[in-house]
Design a protein around this ligand. Structure first.
Ligand code: GLP
Length: 241
C-alpha cells in the first residue's frame, strides 16, 4: 500500500489510502478509525508520520477528534452550488435532509445605518431582526441574522420564521423573489458562534452576506450568515469567455 520509494510523502500516501477507504464505504461517517499505534503497525511507518496524516485530515474536515474517545470519520461536506438563489430549506430538502431552525432573536428595531442603505429604506424605518440557528438532520449548520423591512412583510410572526422565509414570501405573500448579490469570506468562529454551532472556538467559518431583491428590483432582505466550514464547500461551473 505504502511505496517508500515513491516521491510522494508517506503521510500523503496514508491520507490518500484512508480517503479511498472512505470513498469505498469501508469507513462510514461516524465510524472510529484505528488508533495511531494500529495504523503505524498496518502501514509500517512511525507514529509521527501517521499523526501528520491524521492531523491534515482533521484540518481538512475529513476526520474529527473527540477528546479521550478517538478519531472519527466526519460527515461528507455539503456541496453547495454557487449559482441558483435557493433557500436553506430547499437546499436541505433537495439532499433528503430535514431542515429546522431555532429562533434566537425576533424583534423590530430601527434599521442600523448599513442595513438601511442596503435595503434602500429610511434610516428611521423599522426592520425585523431575525436570528436563527439552521439545522440539517438536527445538526447545526449555520447561524443566520436576517434584516427585512417591516413595511415589506407586516405581520411577520415568530411561527413563520421557524419555517421557510422564502416559502412565506412567495407562497403566502405572493411576492416574486428575483436575485441576490452575495459575498463569501473566510473567518473563524468567535466564542458565541462556536457555542451556537457546536464547534471548537476558532473553527473555520464561511461568512456569507446576501442582499436579496424582488423581481421588480426592491431589496427585501440583508442576511449575515456564518456557515460551518467543516460542513460546507461551494462549487460552480465556470466558462472561459
Ligand atoms: C439561505 C440564505 C439566506 C436566506 C435563507 C432563506 O440560508 N443564505 O440568505 O434568507 O436561505 O431560507 P428559508 O426559506 O429556509 O428560511
Amino acid at each position: 500500500m505504502i511505496d517508500k520509494q515513491s516521491p510522494l510523502p508517506i503521510y500523503y500516501q496514508i491520507e490518500e489510502d484512508i480517503k479511498q477507504r472512505i470513498a469505498d464505504d469501508e469507513y462510514r461517517p461516524g465510524d472510529m478509525i484505528s488508533s495511531e499505534r494500529e495504523l503505524s503497525e498496518t502501514y509500517e511507518v512511525s507514529r509521527m508520520t501517521v499523526r501528520q496524516a491524521i492531523t491534515n485530515m482533521v484540518n481538512e474536515g475529513v476526520l474529527f477528534r473527540e477528546k479521550g474517545r478517538g478519531t472519527f470519520v466526519a460527515d461528507k461536506k455539503i456541496e453547495q452550488p454557487l449559482q441558483g438563489m435557493t433557500s436553506f430549506t430547499e437546499d436541505m430538502k433537495s439532499r433528503g435532509m430535514d431542515a429546522s431552525s431555532k429562533l434566537l432573536i425576533f424583534e423590530q428595531i430601527t434599521a442600523p445605518f448599513d442595513i438601511a442603505r442596503k435595503l434602500q429604506i429610511d434610516e428611521q424605518a423599522d426592520v425585523y431582526k431575525i436570528q436563527r440557528i439552521r439545522y440539517a438532520d438536527q445538526k447545526p449548520m449555520a447561524v443566520e441574522t436576517t434584516f427585512i423591512p417591516v413595511a415589506m412583510l407586516p405581520g411577520l410572526s415568530e411561527r413563520v420564521v421557524q419555517g421557510s422565509l422564502y416559502d412565506y414570501i412567495e407562497k403566502t405573500k405572493k411576492l416574486q423573489i428575483g436575485k441576490a448579490s452575495q459575498m463569501i469570506e473566510a473567518t473563524t468562529a468567535d466564542q458565541n458562534q462556536s457555542s451556537l454551532l457546536e464547534v471548537p472556538p476558532l473553527s473555520a467559518i464561511l461568512y456569507i452576506e446576501r442582499n436579496s431583491f424582488l423581481t421588480d428590483g426592491t431589496p427585501f432582505e440583508v442576511v449575515k450568515s456564518s456557515y460551518r466550514a467543516d460542513r460546507y464547500k461551494f462549487i460552480s461551473d465556470i466558462y472561459r469567455a
